[in-house]
Write a protein that binds this ligand. Structure first.
Ligand SMILES: [Fe+2]
Length: 408
């Protein structure tokens, strides 16, 4: 038993190093000026993203599990806390880009400091269980490991945000900056055939099962009764979206929810985010992290809001799958290139329990006024996806790599 536990902890050490290194890999193409701007409240500057993920390890783990641990800088808790009310006051979310100080150099020093202490802690854990007053070694170790794995999954979520936030910021820039000239994964076509799969009616098990990691919102596993339905084997493409535009989809109020129609009018929406031009003469272009490029018609549509996904489905006389239908059918189709909007509101599963302490604020408090997305996207780090994963966003947001799959 001990040998296995020690092996698992060495695995955790390797996992920690790999995830932290990947974040810094993502930073390599950046120039120093790229680390700061925040053009809208929903996106964070790269500097904030890479400091905040570090703060998570310092705040949730080092301060709790390392006796006498000294914070790198007592002001960083205020600067890089995201939304944890139980931990304290923080920089307003729409002011993260106002901070030219601390410098980027200092934030990388912060990462070094926290990594060193985390590696020391992980190394000590790998050599054998420790104990502390009031808690047996097993309780302490399982809590510590749970938090480290959560911290690494949190950092992976921010790796995706790093790319989507940067794409939004660069897209606002009239010179269309290039992050990496070879980075346009959203142009890959979905090579699934244009077919439909029938899912029989029945009672399905929904939610995470097994010993692997999941977020708290994927629990508790429970039964859901589904009627028979058909789900498309592939995602809706850019070419199909152009037909929706040409048919007047953005001008027909009858296709839209009231809130969605208000959003279309208010924001003057006429196409997915990052599209430019029209297909009259030269065709549409779209902004990618490799710059402005011709829009590939066969690739799945990307950067659409829930309102748009729903209006498109209405236009086709179809609908979005509920999150339960999506999960029950997910073994039957290829997924992973887009976060797929579902027709389900983000609510707790029956039996959902918030964990004790600050991490209880991770998901549960956001279970209101948002819609669930399943799948993963071309920006999701490897190993950070599973069919039970529940992503969630407000219905007007579209800076993630979002798309849709139809259902009937
Ligand atoms: Fe976060």
């Amino acid at each position: 038993m001990q040998a296995t536990a020690t092996g698992e902890k060495r695995g955790l050490l390797e996992y920690f190093g790999r995830v932290r290194a990947h974040t810094e890999e993502l930073c390599k193409p950046l120039e120093i000026e790229d680390y700061i701007p925040q053009p809208t409240v929903d996106v964070s500057p790269p500097k904030w993203n890479i400091a905040h993920t570090t703060w998570f390890f310092e705040e949730m783990i080092l301060k709790k599990f390392v006796e006498g641990y000294c914070e790198f800088d007592p002001q960083f808790g205020f600067l890089f806390n995201s939304y944890y009310n139980s931990i304290g006051q923080r920089t307003a979310r729409d002011h993260r880009g106002d901070l030219s100080r601390p410098t980027v150099k200092r934030v990388f020093e912060y990462r070094r400091h926290v990594d060193e202490h985390m590696l020391k802690l992980l190394g000590a854990e790998a050599r054998g269980p420790s104990s502390e007053v009031g808690r047996g070694p097993e309780t302490r170790n399982s809590e510590l490991e749970t938090l480290i794995v959560l911290g690494l999954n949190h950092e992976q979520q921010h790796q995706e945000l790093f790319l989507t936030d940067l794409k939004y910021t660069f897209a606002k820039n009239p010179v269309h900056p290039v992050y990496r000239s070879d980075f346009y994964p959203e142009e890959r076509s979905d090579d699934s055939l244009d077919g439909w799969t029938t899912i029989p009616s029945g009672v399905y098990e929904i939610g995470h099962a097994g010993d692997g990691f999941c977020f708290d919102n994927e629990l508790a596993r429970h039964q859901v009764l589904l009627n028979e339905f058909e789900v498309s084997d592939r995602l809706v493409t850019n070419g199909e979206w152009i037909k929706f535009i040409d048919a007047g989809g953005y001008r027909d109020s009858l296709l839209w929810h009231s809130e969605g129609w208000d959003w279309v009018q208010r924001e003057s929406v006429t196409a997915p985010l990052y599209w430019q031009g029209s297909d009259e003469n030269n065709g549409y272009k779209h902004y990618t992290l490799a710059g402005l490029r011709d829009l590939p018609l066969d690739a799945p549509v990307c950067h659409i809001s829930w309102y748009e996904a729903s209006a498109f489905a209405e236009w086709k006389g179809m609908r979005l799958p509920t999150e339960f239908e999506w999960e029950a059918a997910s073994a039957k189709f290829a997924w992973g290139s887009r976060w797929e909007w579902t027709g389900s509101a983000y609510l707790p599963y029956p039996g959902f329990r918030k964990p004790a302490g600050a991490v209880g604020e991770y998901n549960g408090k956001f279970m209101i006024n948002q819609m669930v997305l399943h799948g993963a996207s071309v920006a999701t780090p490897e190993g950070h996806s599973r069919p039970t994963y529940r992503n969630f966003f407000h219905p007007h947001l579209r800076w993630q790599f979002t798309g849709l799959r139809l259902c009937r």
